[in-house]
Structure formats: structure tokens, C-alpha cells
Design a protein. Structure first.
Length: 501
């Protein structure tokens, strides 16, 4: 089957139902109190929280605000993040679980409050995480106990609406869903009106910590007392985030169904997860189904992932049509907690927000509050739960070692494996890695017949990239950098394009 023959239109529902923004680019140097790199949910939420302070703020966005991962999420706004609280409690203790719960519950209320003035399809819904294996029932019981012990509205359920294969689940009440772009474009308007500078089409190329910090962009240098790296993966990595955070891609379909759509948010825990929720926008109702997650660059055919997701959607619902499909990736820390706070103990004025592990809607909003309070010098009551300087608990050391061993294995195997023979013919729409003079070269022949050749060596730490047939990109299996078929950088840790051949 051809990789072009995929279900639905390749576009995110959130981007399709909102206007493109048009904030200008930075054209000359500016001086602000706080420079925020990245205009996704973490960056814009930080800017919004800082509006109550006296500080001058600039958001520097390489592309358009809310056009990255946040534009391709499923936008469940919950403190329920799979089976999370028992894990936090056993690894870090009840107090950190309480902080994590409180920060994410507060994020829901932040959106609820703003939704009185920003039309963002905000709806209160219960959230369910369920298991389909009888052996996992005890995990659900422990999760309910852990969640309730930190004040969350959790209950144990034997049945989950519309899910026939659930054997047990945890239900959280008073959770929410929203339209992330309607919400964040509204936030951007509000903060711009309040004096925050938003620069789009302004890629940050370097950050030099100091007093003040210097933030280099293509349009000029920004000097700032404090810098927030909210670029999804931090573009400056002083504390080895690439080795403590690993990227996972997953896939979403927005489908039209004949049967009534379930009013709730549903998540089957485990690998791969399966997620469902309804969304009504612009007079149309969709069911969003998500899943098929895998480590970036290590999932085989990504086109097959969409097909598998469509099969699962059709098996469970009376699908009339797949309207849209999209995919994106999020970084997950080895211990499952985000990194939000000072980027490194020795970098007093540089902050990060990363590692949301697939739950950065409430996580990104909570990060905004934590960072604004830290920058204001007040300290945040939730800081410990998100502390980027924490040591992983002993029980997580094997998975830390495992993730890094996986990277090492990919590095070695991909360099020594026998790639396809250079010179052999390459059909339209096909891609491969060949070896020329010992160096891997990535080749793709587009549908028009033009051949694109770039180095297959990722500029970050020199792993060999892998073809993503659905998105027509080269994805790095080590730490998740992505490049367009012509080598243009789509997302870091790498900060440069693949070299043209
Ligand atoms: C398929 C999928 C579904 C998900 N569903 C949910 C969900 O239902 N609920 C939930 O809570 N979470 C969900 N998540 C997770 C959530 O979407 C993310 O955690 C969150 O969007 C991350 O936001 P961010 O602001 O960190 O990143 P982004 O939204 O990617 O923002 C970062 C911004 O930085 C910019 N940038 C990057 N480099 C530079 C640079 N050098 N200079 C300037 N700008 C730069 C980018 O262009 C981008 O706009 C999901 C994740 C996936 C993969
Ligand atoms: S992202 Fe690290 S080597 Fe490619």
C-alpha cells in the first residue's frame, strides 16, 4: 500500500479551525526582563502569568505561536495522567504527588476562568483511565487510593462508558477539554494587548547565559535578565536533558461517527495507549482517537501506524469518515515527572519547561505558574515536584540506563548495518539510507521524480536518521530531532539542518 494512501486529510483539527496569526518578526535588538523562547502552551502560559508582575516580557517564536506540538495535541485538560499518582507516591512520596495534583488541578481552573472571556470550546468532562487485563485491576485500585490521598476527585469503576473491554478504571470528576489554539490565540491577544512583545518567525540560534543573558536570533540580539526555554526540547542543554528525556510519537484521527459520541475522556493505559474523546467545534462534532505511540525514529512505517489506528477506531465505533489525521511527539522524562525550573543549579537566570510526557496541556499551564513565581523570586509551592535538578529514584536507574543503552545500540547498529546499495534505482515516493565512502546518505525521490540527498548523520550527536513515510521526514532514533525530506530542521535537540549532499 502506498504511504500517500492514508485515512483523512493530513492536517490538525485545531489548525484547520483557527486563523493563522500574524505577529511581526524581531528586526532589531531589544532589552527585556524576561525572554521566552517558544510560543507553545508552556511559553505563552509563562508570559501570561508574568503579566501580573512589573516585568517586561518578549516571546520569541521560530514559527507561529501555537503551531508546534500544542497545535497537534488531543487537548484533554486533566490532572488524570494515566496511572500516575501511585507511581509518584511510591517514588517521591505523598507530598510531591500532592504538589503535582494541585498544580494540574489549578491549571484546569485557570482555563475555566479564562474561558469566560476566551471562546475555546471549554467543556467539563469526567476522565477515565482503564485497563483491559484482569491482572492490572490491582494497579487501578492503588491508583484510586493514591489519587484520593492527595485530594483528587477519583473513584474506582467496574464499567467505563462505551468501552466494552475495560475490566476496571479510575474516574476523575470535574476534568475538562478545550480547543488549544482557540484558547492560546486568545491568551496571545490578551498578553500582546497588555504589553508583552510577541515575535513570530524569530528563531533563537543561541543563548548566552550571563548578567544580562544574551539571546541570539536571526533578527537581532535580545538582552534579558531571565530566559525561559519553552522550546519543547530546550535549545540550550546545560544539564544533559537529552539523556534524561526521550521522545515518543503518537497519532491522532478526527473521525465523524454515526453513533452518539461518548461524553467523557477515555485512556487505555499501557503500550500502546488508546485515547478517545469527543470535540465539538464550529457546529461539527468529531471523535478524536489517539495512540500507536512509539519512540521517535524507531516505529517502522509511520503510515502503518495511522492504518492501525483507523482499524481500531472502526472496530470500536461506527465510523462514517476519517476527517483529519495528524501526529506529533512529546518528551518523557525517565522518572515520569516534567522538568520545570532552573535549567541547571549553576545557570541562575535560565529556566526550562520540558518532559511533559504526553500531558503538557495542564502541565504547560502549571509550568507557566511555577516559572513566573520562580522568576519573581517568590519560589513556587509546587517547585519540588517539577525540580529539574532532582535525582532519579534508585528504582528508575535501570530504565535510565536502558534508555541510554537503547540510544547507544541504535548508534552502533545504524552505523555498522549494511544500508541499501548506492546507485540502485529508487522509486517515486521511496526513501533509503545509502553509504557513500563510509558515510550514510539519506535519499528520497519525491512524487514528481526529483531526488533529494542529504547527510543521514544527525548534527546533534551523530546518530543515523530514519525515514518517516507518513510525514515524509527524517527522524533521529536517538533523541528525536526531526528534519524535513530536504534536510530542513523541524525540531531539536539538533539546532542545524542535515547537511545537503
Ligand atoms: C499525540 C499527542 C497527543 C497529546 N494529547 C495531550 C492531551 O490530550 N492532554 C495533554 O495534557 N497533553 C497532551 N499531549 C502533550 C502536549 O501536547 C505537550 O506536552 C505540549 O503541547 C507541549 O507544549 P510545549 O509548549 O512544551 O511545546 P510546543 O507546543 O511545541 O511549543 C514549543 C514552541 O517552541 C518553538 N521553538 C522551538 N525551537 C525554537 C527556537 N530555536 N527559537 C524559537 N522558537 C522555537 C516551536 O516552534 C514551538 O512553537 C499530547 C502529545 C501528543 C504527542
Ligand atoms: S537527536 Fe541526538 S543524535 Fe540525533
Amino acid at each position: 500500500m502506498n504511504a500517500n494512501d492514508l485515512p483523512g486529510e493530513g492536517a490538525s483539527l485545531w489548525l484547520e479551525t483557527t486563523e493563522e496569526t500574524d505577529y511581526g518578526s524581531l528586526e532589531t535588538g531589544v532589552d527585556v526582563d524576561v525572554a521566552i523562547v517558544g510560543g507553545g502552551i508552556a511559553g505563552l502560559s509563562t508570559a501570561a502569568e508574568l503579566m501580573d508582575s512589573e516585568k517586561t516580557v518578549a516571546v520569541l517564536e521560530a514559527d507561529r505561536v501555537c503551531s508546534g506540538v500544542t497545535a497537534r495535541t488531543t487537548a484533554k485538560l486533566t490532572s488524570q495522567h494515566g496511572l500516575k499518582y501511585d507511581r509518584i507516591r511510591s517514588r517521591f512520596g505523598r507530598e510531591r504527588a500532592r504538589q503535582y495534583a494541585a498544580a494540574n488541578e489549578a491549571a484546569i481552573e485557570t482555563v475555566a476562568e479564562r474561558a469566560t472571556t476566551i471562546d475555546c470550546d471549554f467543556r467539563r468532562r469526567p476522565a477515565y483511565t482503564y485497563v483491559s487485563d484482569e491482572n492490572d485491576r490491582k494497579d487501578v485500585r492503588r491508583e484510586v487510593d493514591a489519587a484520593r490521598s492527595v485530594g483528587l476527585p477519583a473513584s474506582f469503576v467496574e464499567e467505563v462508558p462505551t468501552v466494552s473491554d475495560a475490566v476496571a478504571g479510575v474516574r476523575f470528576d470535574d476534568q475538562a477539554q478545550f480547543h488549544p489554539r482557540k484558547y492560546l490565540l486568545g491568551v496571545a491577544e490578551e498578553i500582546a494587548a497588555g504589553g508583552c512583545d510577541i515575535f513570530e518567525g524569530t528563531r533563537v540560534t543561541d543563548v548566552r547565559p550571563g548578567s544580562p543573558c544574551e539571546v541570539e536570533t536571526e533578527g537581532g540580539t535580545v538582552t534579558a535578565t531571565d530566559v525561559v526555554l519553552a522550546s519543547h526540547f530546550p535549545i540550550l542543554d546545560p544539564a544533559g536533558y537529552f539523556a534524561r528525556n526521550y521522545p515518543k510519537r503518537s497519532y491522532v484521527l478526527a473521525v465523524r461517527t454515526r453513533d452518539p459520541k461518548p461524553e467523557g475522556m477515555f485512556y487505555r493505559s499501557g503500550e500502546p495507549y488508546f485515547s478517545v474523546r469527543q470535540h465539538e467545534t464550529e457546529g461539527e462534532s468529531f471523535l478524536l482517537v489517539g495512540g500507536q505511540n512509539h519512540k521517535t525514529g524507531q516505529g517502522g512505517s509511520t503510515a502503518d501506524r495511522y492504518r492501525a489506528l483507523e482499524r481500531e477506531a472502526r472496530r470500536r465505533f461506527d465510523v462514517e469518515e476519517v476527517a483529519y489525521r495528524w501526529s506529533t511527539q512529546d518528551y518523557r522524562s525517565v522518572d515520569g515527572m516534567p522538568f520545570v525550573g532552573r535549567a541547571a543549579p549553576w545557570r541562575k537566570h535560565v529556566y526550562v519547561a520540558t518532559g511533559f510526557g504526553g500531558w503538557g496541556m495542564s502541565g504547560g499551564i502549571a509550568a507557566g505558574r511555577v516559572l513566573a513565581e520562580e522568576i519573581a523570586g517568590d519560589g513556587s509551592e509546587w517547585a519540588d515536584a517539577f525540580d529539574p535538578g532532582r535525582l532519579p529514584p534508585l528504582s528508575d536507574l535501570p530504565s535510565l540506563a536502558g534508555e541510554n543503552a537503547n540510544v547507544g545500540k541504535r548508534f552502533v547498529e545504524d552505523w555498522v548495518s549494511k544500508p541499501s546499495k548506492a546507485g540502485a534505482s529508487l522509486a517515486r515516493g521511496e526513501a533509503r539510507v545509502v553509504r557513500e565512502d563510509g558515510t550514510p546518505v539519506a535519499e528520497y525521490r519525491d512524487d514528481g521524480g526529483e531526488r533529494h540527498r542529504v547527510s543521514a548523520v544527525c548534527p546533534h550527536l551523530k546518530c543515523v536518521v530514519a525515514w518517516n513515510d507518513a510525514e515524509k521526514s527524517w527522524d533521529c532514533p536517538c533523541h528525536g530531532s526531526r528534519f524535513d525530506y530536504d534536510g530542513t530542521l523541524l525540531g531539536g535537540p539538533a539546532v542545524r539542518d542535515l547537511q545537503k549532499e
